[in-house]
Design a protein around this ligand. Structure first.
Ligand SMILES: CC(C)(COP(=O)(O)OP(=O)(O)OC[C@H]1O[C@@H](n2cnc3c(N)ncnc32)[C@H](O)[C@@H]1OP(=O)(O)O)[C@@H](O)C(=O)NCCC(=O)NCCS
Length: 290
């Protein structure tokens, strides 16, 4: 039982790395991303990277990040397989919920696989609401489609009018970046536009906007679409195809995106040659202010 073991909660230290990488090495069978982010999480002042210590050793980790705009994000909960079912994740989860309240954000969210019953229960027992399911889709980059245009500041007046679209609504006004779901606010969309991360399809006469997508080209070999939108289903499928072309021109090997369910986006993605994979994430949310 949790109160019978001597758990200590403290910040992760550089010296925890070998142990943490060791107990997370087989988390998902084929590995874990913790090894790729450990140093970054340790150094990042915007996050609280926390360990649970038992008998002088780190046996669990999780991280709370400030995404800005009052949004806090919980991620990377891992318990050493040798110490599971001792109430450790329950303790760490409760710690983060109370830390989030102290930090004073508006909302705390996290995502987990839709088949991860334990992770889901932790949220349900502490007042989190199930916001939605998001299905993973993949496509191979292709030159069969026309490339999109990169939208610019001059497009903002039109983009702004499209911003409260039905597809933004079905995505629960959230979009995913780096596996973290956050609110799609006007401020964020404008920042993506300024960074050249909003692509679109114009009408045949070159005016107006039929479709748009948010997509950042980072160092990865894959390309993740963070939002796709359009005025009708044909334009939506065309935009999805066009992003396969964009990925091909950018030398990427795979295009990926999460589509909310239910959503017309799933049909449009399939029409444009994307596969729905057997992987869905659920997002849970706790309002921190009444
Ligand atoms: C999911 C995980 C964090 C749970 O950690 P844990 O410390 O073993 O969980 P706890 O002991 O705090 O258990 C919490 C509750 O879930 C139950 N539970 C834990 N593991 C369970 C399992 N495999 N099957 C069914 N119930 C389980 C516990 O009995 C407890 O319920 P109770 O309060 O009614 O007794 C851990 O298994 C893990 O690290 N998994 C791999 C990574 C992962 O899934 N992370 C979370 C989402 S990204």
């Amino acid at each position: 039982m949790p109160d019978e073991i001597d758990l200590r909660i403290r910040p992760v230290r550089p010296g925890d790395k070998p142990r943490v990488l060791d107990f997370t090495a087989g988390t998902w069978g084929d590995g874990d991303y913790i090894q790729d982010v450990f140093d970054e999480w340790l150094a990042d002042p915007a996050g609280q990277f926390t360990a649970v210590e038992l008998e002088g050793q780190a046996v669990a980790i999780a991280r709370l990040t400030d995404l800005g705009d009052g949004e806090l994000w919980l991620e990377g909960m891992r318990v050493d397989p040798k110490h599971r079912k001792k109430g450790i994740s329950k303790t760490l989860h409760a710690y983060h919920v109370s830390l989030a309240r102290k930090l004073g954000g508006d909302v705390l969210r996290y995502a987990t696989g839709d088949d991860n019953a334990v992770s889901r229960i932790l949220g349900e027992r502490t007042g989190f609401r199930h916001v939605g399911n998001y299905w993973w889709h993949e496509a191979i980059p292709s030159d069969e489609y026309e490339p999109p245009v990169r939208l610019a500041r001059e497009d903002w007046p039109v983009l702004r009018t499209r911003f409260r679209s039905p597809l933004v609504r079905v995505a629960r006004r959230l979009y995913q970046r780096d596996w973290r779901w956050r609110g799609l606010s006007e401020v964020r969309l404008k920042a993506h536009l300024a960074s050249g991360e909003v692509l679109g399809l114009r009408r045949a006469d070159g005016t107006g906007l039929r479709a748009w997508s948010i997509c950042a080209l980072d160092e990865d070999t894959q390309m993740g679409l963070q939002h796709l939108d359009a005025i009708d289903s044909a334009s939506l499928a065309e935009m999805a195809g066009s992003m396969r072309r964009y990925a091909r021109d950018a030398g990427r090997s795979l295009v990926t995106t999460f589509a909310p369910e239910p959503s017309p986006l799933i049909g449009a993605l399939r029409e444009a040659g994307y596969r729905t994979e057997e992987m869905a994430m659920i997002v849970l949310e706790l309002k921190l202010r009444k």
